[in-house]
Design a protein around this ligand. Structure first.
Ligand code: SAH
Length: 358
């Protein structure tokens, strides 16, 4: 085995930090043995904090209307895809169904749809909050003003997912139209943190033009920002976008990064994403075995699922919510993990806590 890689992985598990060069080296020199070594360490660390519990979030994709034109995204403004928007009643019905299925966290995700003004979105959030006071409400609705984030927080949203997409500003510009700026995205992420949200960031692995050094910069950003959650999945081309002919990201590299991120921040909430499950039929199981501890089955009405296609061949578009939930339960049981009915809060952790594998 590559002894330098082993040395770096050992150092990362002890110190939770590496230099940009060391991360770059690790990502450039991965092989199956190194990936397995790192996954073994990472899954042990995850188990020492979360046991074999897997947190579950109910994902409600409530609108695919978007004013942005991100070059990778299947629901970008210029995409000819057919559009939909759920109303408040539809969204509340999803939550009701989700609650009965045991979900205690709802993730409301959408394109940047101008219809959802602060007033309308706050009304939806506070309705969910009043109906399900024992649930966490996560928003993933893109960039908004700090005032808007503040109002939504006061209405009852307590978590926010806003992937940074890439920590390299030059790379960011290659993935987005000129009108979108890296600094604005980062400012939003900081605003969310300052307001008091639990913040989820994240990136695609293998997006066009990405280098190993870009991924190393993502690792450095995670180290310094210390998000509560980090969503990473492979880039998957969408035929509706200018990136339609670019190859998909690698499942192995995504898994390796999940392991590295777990070692950077032992208690981080790390989802095994749908994109991972799309590229590999056992992707989400492999994600958990590499250190992930969250899954996000779809709660959106089946009638609109097909329309929220960020990328091609997305899985689970024909299944009822209950089927998705139970399918994931079975998948987790098959690797001796258990989906739990729990709000799924990040657990405190400090250096020196026992790594007792459960
Ligand atoms: N509009 C919201 C939600 C975006 S969709 C926002 O701006 O945050 C959620 C995530 O899907 C994106 O952040 C992106 O990382 C991912 N995504 C989009 N297109 C993708 C593709 N082609 N392959 C893989 N992931 C993609």
């Amino acid at each position: 085995m590559n002894t330098k890689s082993i040395e770096y992985i050992d150092k990362l598990s002890r110190e939770h930090t590496l230099s940009l060069e060391e991360y770059t080296y690790l990502i450039q020199h991965q092989d199956a043995a190194i990936q397995e070594y790192c996954a073994h360490k990472a899954s042990r660390v995850a188990r020492s904090i979360y046991g074999k519990d897997i947190f579950v979030r109910g994902l409600i994709e409530f609108s695919n209307i978007c004013k942005n034109d991100c070059l990778y995204c299947g629901i970008r403004k210029s995409s000819p895809c057919s559009r939909y928007r759920l109303d408040k009643e539809d969204i509340l019905a999803c939550c009701q169904e989700g609650y009965e299925l045991g979900f205690r966290t709802f993730v409301l995700q959408s394109g940047e749809d101008g219809y959802f003004t602060d007033e309308r979105l706050c009304d939806i959030v506070s309705n969910i909050h009043q109906s399900y006071p024992d649930c966490a409400i996560t928003l993933s609705v893109g960039q908004r003003s700090k005032e808007s984030y503040q109002k939504l927080f006061e209405a009852g949203a307590n978590r926010y997912l806003l992937r940074h997409e890439t920590a390299n500003p030059q790379h960011y510009q290659k993935l987005h139209p000129k009108a979108m700026h890296f600094e604005d995205r980062m400012q939003c992420i900081q605003d969310l943190r300052d307001i008091g949200y639990d913040v989820g960031i994240g990136m695609m692995v293998g997006s066009p033009f990405q280098t190993e050094k870009d991924l190393a910069m993502d690792c450095k950003f995670i180290e310094t920002f210390r998000p509560e959650m980090c969503g990473i999945g492979p880039f998957i081309p969408s035929h509706q976008t200018p990136f339609k002919d670019y190859p998909a990201g690698s499942v192995e590299t995504t898994l390796f990064l999940l392991s590295i991120i777990r070692l950077i921040q032992p208690n981080i909430l790390l989802p095994a994403t749908t994109a991972l499950g799309t590229l590999d039929p056992k992707g989400r199981e492999k994600g958990v075995l590499a250190g992930a501890n969250v899954v996000m089955p779809n709660l959106s009405p089946v009638s609109v699922r097909r329309k929220y296609q960020l990328y091609d061949n997305k899985i689970c578009i024909g299944d009822e919510s209950g089927q998705c939930r139970h399918c994931l339960e079975r998948r987790m049981e098959s690797i001796q993990y258990h989906v739990v009915t729990d709000i799924g809060q990040i657990r405190p952790w400090k250096e020196g806590d026992e790594y007792e594998s459960k």
